[in-house]
Design a protein around this ligand. Sequence first.
Ligand SMILES: [Zn+2]
Length: 472
Amino acid sequence: MKSVVKLLPLALSPLLIAAAPPPSAPPLPPAANQALAREALAEMIAVRSVHDVGTAEVAAILVKHLKAGGFTDSEVQVVTDPKYPTQANVVVRLKGKGKGKPILWNGHLDVVEAKPEDWTLPPFQMTEKDGFFYGRGSSDMKQDDAAMMAAIIRLKQERFVPDRDIIIAFTADEEVGLEQDGADYLVRQHRDLVDAEYAIDTDGANGELQDGRRVSMKLNTSEKTYVTLLLEVTNKGGHSSEPRPDNAIYTLASGLTRLAAFQFPYKLNATSRLYFQREAELQPPAIKADMLAVAGPTLDQAAAARIARDPSFNAVLHTTCVATMLSGGHQENALPQRATATVQCRIMPDETPEQTRATLVGVLADPEIKVTIPDKVVSGPESPPDARILDRMQKVTSSMWPGVPVIPHMEAGASDSLYLRAAGIPTYEINGVFEDPRDSRMHGRDERVGVQAFYESVEFTYRLMKETSKAN
Ligand SMILES: [Zn+2]
């Protein structure tokens, strides 16, 4: 499908960013709504919803609060893939006036494992300490689930009737993914329940703190496609006392040396162009100049090469492929009959795995090196950084934190957004929790979220739900 992309003007309108004089503190939800969000977060953290346990118990907590908050049986549904009975998804709908397709919100209910002996606090119990809530899932992503739940209940209790339906899908098994992924299951098997004009996934992007200062609000509009390739050389082998020039290890190693010297050409898409334009404003003068040169009408190759010295910027500038595993031979006194290498690629969303494979075959330049893609690849297109959508996100961000710019971003990692985008639902990742990326504890020890940051995100989610539900 061809979509119309309205690019934003180069600089953000100053009016949009600095809409109001800085308040003494960002606005927070009413006390009762804060208490509800906190209670739900504590209850959800207390459930060890790792893959082997499943999400049914967390789903029950959400259903309990949603129904107490006024949602009827038909508005809250628990949906479970019969093949994975312990992996429950919850879909709740706040009915609107039918002026436009619904907006879907998405978040996952599962967490990665946490071993009590590795933590200084109990992982499956919420502890408030030094201005933080600690516990597994407090930052990835039960805090976002609690925020979405509290926000939609507040809208319901205020008798707010949106122009169009607001749907939240709380889903199973994001951390493990593949065939039992809850978001994937819902879009494939229950499309009517979750069909939307676009989706907001609160996993992934968030507000960025630098030295305690709020510098930007990230908005992921696309992600690179994860593709693993296998390189393999086979040979008849023989006795190591009689070596020959044809040798599986040497053949593979020569090819890998050519790969090491290769890089994919720099390129931009609508997201990365906006990213560099806006990120430039936060950088020291030399980097700022390079970023603006890269994001200009023609990509400045020399400036791109300088920026690409930073691996996180390099990842945005092109497809990357890197050797990550190597093995060969079967005994010390035998010529190798087989040598293999694993090459991990993160490809730009508009390129196909087959194109990448063909490029590598050319770079390796040796028909003896067989290149295959052993696993299934899921890829989704870039979701257009449409000005109409970005303006709404900026408006709400400015209403909470004046002066903080929303910066579109292409993610090098993978999330549920991939499945939604692959199913034709443009998906935008954003959430209102500010954290310092240098102190991110997602999947790690003593995971935590700032207490104040959490309550602010509950208010942000409420405001964004309201704003994005307006008819176009
Ligand atoms: Zn997550």
